[in-house]
Ligand binder design. Structure first.
Ligand SMILES: [Zn+2]
Ligand SMILES: [Zn+2]
Length: 293
């Protein structure tokens, strides 16, 4: 994913020497992060992504395929005169972090703390303390745990309804030289809510009550794993392809031998094939089983 900052003012943006510092840091493999503070109904939300590249001014041309990864409200400026103040960085997927950590980020200038991040709109060089760095390393290195954590936190009403229709493929996340399709934690949560927080292998499976939701803890699993998105013309990040599973069944699907999980996959296939068809996702049982070999 490419994230950026656009500005009408010449004075804002990132000074050239700071851009160089960031570049060198990334080259030396020093963990470098981008923070993004969102305003969601007056609630400040902190997102973080690990930076894998920072682009030079004008490096991304208007016809570059990279513009597909840039949010549309920035992408329209690429190659125009307003582009001069744009800043684009390539980051791993943004993760939402507990806003309590806002206090662990200090804006420094010449070794002196100048502001708390709470009252600044956008800055590009900050110091973070060890505690926050530890958390970041953990969530960025364990994307699966973090994805389940994000999905759990999504606020989806119990009476949500789902319409199974074909959807366009999701955007691609770039990072560390690899690319992967982005999963939307809200879609996963919606699948869990419509499954009424039950394990779809057997509703009797219960692990514990989630501290976050107050409901039976389950995890979201993409029946057709996301890494096979390229085999399909439409998005497989749809509720029809996401099943709600207890911890044991979920682990089993990821780690057990294909012989041991064959009956589970078949059961999920039979319960979902009609809905997948509604989303224009063509899938044979044999094909699905081959994804778990
Ligand atoms: Zn899974
Ligand atoms: Zn189960």
């Amino acid at each position: 994913m490419i994230w950026g900052q656009g500005s009408q003012r010449k004075s804002s943006g990132v000074a050239e020497n700071n851009r160089e510092i960031i570049k060198k840091q990334i080259k030396k493999d020093i963990n470098t992060y981008t923070f993004f503070l969102a305003n969601n109904n007056n609630q400040r939300e902190l997102y973080v992504g690990k930076m894998v590249n920072i682009y030079d001014k004008g490096e991304i041309s208007a016809d570059s395929p990279l513009t597909n990864f840039i949010p549309s409200y920035y992408a329209s400026r690429v190659g125009t005169s307003a582009d001069d103040n744009n800043l684009f960085v390539d980051v791993t997927t943004f993760f939402k972090v507990d806003s309590n950590y806002l206090d662990n980020i200090k804006l420094m200038s010449n070794g002196k703390e100048i502001l708390s991040i709470k009252n600044s709109s956008s800055v590009f060089l900050v110091n973070i303390d060890e505690k926050l760095e530890k958390l970041l390393i953990e969530i960025l290195s364990n994307s699966e745990t973090n994805f389940q954590y994000q999905a759990e936190q999504e606020n989806v009403p119990d009476d949500v309804t789902v319409e199974d229709i074909p959807k366009n493929k999701p955007s691609i996340t770039l990072g560390n030289g690899t690319s992967s399709y982005k999963r939307d934690s809200r879609i996963s949560k919606t699948a869990i809510v419509t499954a009424k927080y039950k394990c779809e292998i057997d509703a009797i499976h219960k692990d514990f009550i989630s501290r976050v939701t107050g409901k039976n803890y389950v995890e979201a699993h993409h029946l057709i794993p996301v890494e096979y998105q390229d085999d399909f013309t439409n998005s497989i990040d749809v509720e029809a392809n996401i099943v709600s599973l207890c911890v044991g069944c979920h682990k089993k699907l990821h780690h057990a031998t294909s012989t041991d999980i064959k009956s589970l996959i078949e059961k999920l296939y039979n319960s979902r094939i009609k809905r997948l068809k509604d989303c224009d996702i063509e899938l044979t049982k044999a094909k699905l089983l081959s994804y778990y070999k």
